[in-house]
Design a protein around this ligand. Structure first.
Ligand code: ZN
Length: 244
């Protein structure tokens, strides 16, 4: 069974964060897409608060860099993060939380190639998986995760949907689709089904005797134990194994 529970917060940004504090969320994410007048602008970026913890910064970098890897886009800011937002913009979206919080700007809706990813369900699946993986990586113990869809559901500006996405649709609507998919992944996540890497030579006793010729094992004797007396007679080139 999954140990993650995802809760969406609505209302003005400060209110959302206060509700997440009340619910003792272990992490808080707000999803956006970037936009610029220049259609060629396109990089992966995460904003953290001015006073964000190292956990937030590491988590944000991991996410931004993973987006860069999966989609082959450059990462912006300082190895993927911008502390305090664009000249302060974005800081208020995360600074009121008492838990690690990041604001995602993975791709540019104004960039035609990025927009194609954002609008395709395959691209949305990949973005959702990166988000879910980043949370599992940074918060392996689980807990309640607070989700906030950027722009949408604000009390003060209920019509806001963020930037238009090249080819159709809006930033906030696609952000919501990605977050819903990430929620499904996290709440369906079963840590017991994740294969742990096996320890090497876990159950092999140390007292085996092997003969290796030119790097290849040609003889193996396993029925010895710690009390056996093993003697290599150098002069006669005989190995004695005394088990009695
Ligand atoms: Zn936005």
């Amino acid at each position: 069974m999954s140990n993650y529970k995802v809760r969406f917060y609505k209302g003005d940004y400060r209110w959302r964060q206060r509700q997440a504090n009340r619910d003792r969320c272990v992490a808080y994410v707000e999803q956006h897409f970037n936009g610029a007048a220049n259609r060629r602008a396109g990089y992966s970026m995460v904003i953290t608060g001015y006073r964000s913890s190292q956990t937030s910064r590491n988590w944000g970098r991991w996410y931004a860099q993973q987006v860069g890897k999966v989609f082959g886009v450059p990462v912006g800011g300082r190895s993927g993060i911008m502390v305090g937002g664009y000249g302060g913009r974005g800081n208020g979206n995360v600074k009121h939380t008492k838990m690690p919080a990041i604001l995602l700007e993975p791709l540019f809706g104004s960039n035609p190639q990025h927009a194609e990813i954002i609008r395709s369900s395959k691209g949305q699946d990949k973005l959702a998986k990166i988000l879910a993986d980043s949370i599992i990586e940074a918060f392996p113990k689980g807990g309640t995760i607070g989700f906030s869809v950027g722009h949408k559901y604000k009390t003060s500006r209920p019509w806001d949907r963020g930037v238009p996405i090249y080819g159709g649709g809006t930033e906030a609507d696609y952000a919501e689709i990605v977050m819903e998919k990430a929620k499904a992944l996290l709440e369906g996540y079963d840590p017991s089904k994740v294969e742990e890497p096996k320890e090497e030579d876990d159950d092999k006793p140390d007292n085996d005797i092997r003969v290796i010729k030119d790097g290849k094992e040609i003889w193996l004797h396993t029925e010895t134990d710690e009390d056996d007396n093993i003697l290599w007679d150098e002069e006669n080139r005989v190995l004695y194994i005394n088990t009695k």
